[in-house]
Design a binder for this molecule. Structure first.
Ligand code: TXA
Ligand code: MG
Length: 290
């Protein structure tokens, strides 16, 4: 049996495995098995009020989980799936309430990673998976980050470092399009296909507590090298990071995981530009700075 076959068997039998996607590593279980899904919440220490994204390997599998698949979902899926875009749609009754935190809607996405797609295909079921980190901590972008969080009991499919590096864009289509979480598929790209409103600060995606995606070390966002004069800290200047938003996002969590292990009193991140293409990165930095 290959590693992926063994993982698929674990999923079918109600267990959990960690797997790579193009955004971050996920901690997966059979999305149609309420008991298996509850194990994810227990292992992560995640409150049951925070809904999970269900990962599919086809548009067909996504349609089978929802009661409505609007033309906009079809258009966006044809353009951006597999990819870092999650749709929130009204759920079918077979999707357990534990997946959706009791909400009448479910988040679905088709990840753009061969290991994730093969795992779903072999398991033959949709896979519910949050990021494979403990609640409130930084999302994992390597298998080693997952190992550090959960140890050796958990099977981790190692796909190397993830490409996109920050979590998917979450778009509610119930039915008006509302952006619940910014990601590297930007507002502007979605707007080319439809008019979208931004939930902004008023109705954040449920379970998105403001302190989230955080290193343990105090993280500050600073301008013009304006770092604290107390303590020993690390200044993450823009020129220590890739200059493009895509390159920056791909590196961000790994850099923060590393700095977090180095015992600084603070990490001061030089603020990226406040332009649309940096929006998702600014969002994650703001959350990480609590
Ligand atoms: O890139 C990603 O999305 C990664 C990989 C593993 O796919 N997953 C991820 O999952 O970031 P998680 O659980 O860390 O974040 C899921 C987000 C949360 O912000 C949650 O509130 C939102 O999706 N979400 C899920 N279902 C929802 C629903 N029914 N209504 C509103 N928001 C929902
Ligand atoms: Mg997460």
């Amino acid at each position: 049996m290959t590693e992926i076959e063994r993982a698929a068997k674990t999923i079918r039998e109600g267990g959990m495995v960690a797997f790579p996607t193009e955004t971050v590593y996920g901690l997966g279980a059979n999305a149609l098995d309420a008991t298996a899904v509850r194990r994810i919440f227990a292992l992560k220490g995640r409150p049951s009020t925070s809904p999970l994204i269900v990962h599919v390997d086809s548009i067909e599998m996504a349609k089978d989980l929802v009661t409505d698949w609007p033309p906009l979902a079809e258009d966006l899926a044809l353009q951006y799936w597999p990819g870092p875009l999650t749709f929130v749609l009204p759920k079918q009754s077979k999707v357990p309430a534990s997946v959706t935190a009791g909400l009448p809607t479910v988040g679905v996405r088709m990840p753009n990673h061969p290991i994730a797609l093969e795992l779903i295909r072999l398991a033959g079921v949709p896979i519910a998976a949050p990021s494979a980190n403990r609640f409130t901590e930084l999302s994992p972008t390597t298998a080693a980050h997952v190992r550090a969080a959960f140890g050796f009991d958990l099977q981790i499919l190692d796909g190397g470092p993830t490409d996109v590096g920050i979590e998917s864009t979450v778009l509610a289509l119930t039915p008006e399009p509302v952006l619940l979480r910014p990601g590297m598929i930007s507002f502007d790209k979605i707007r080319q296909i439809s008019t979208v409103s931004n939930a902004g600060e008023s109705h954040l995606a449920p379970g998105m507590s403001s302190r989230h995606y955080s290193p343990r070390t105090t993280l500050l966002i600073v301008e013009r090298g304006n770092v604290p004069d107390k303590g020993r800290g690390y200044y993450l200047a823009r020129n220590r990071m890739p200059s493009s938003p895509g390159g920056y996002a791909a590196r961000l969590y790994d850099v923060l995981h590393r700095l977090d292990r180095q015992g600084w009193d603070w990490i001061a991140v030089e603020k990226p530009p406040e332009t649309a293409e940096w929006l998702a990165i600014l969002d994650r930095l703001r959350r990480a700075s609590g």
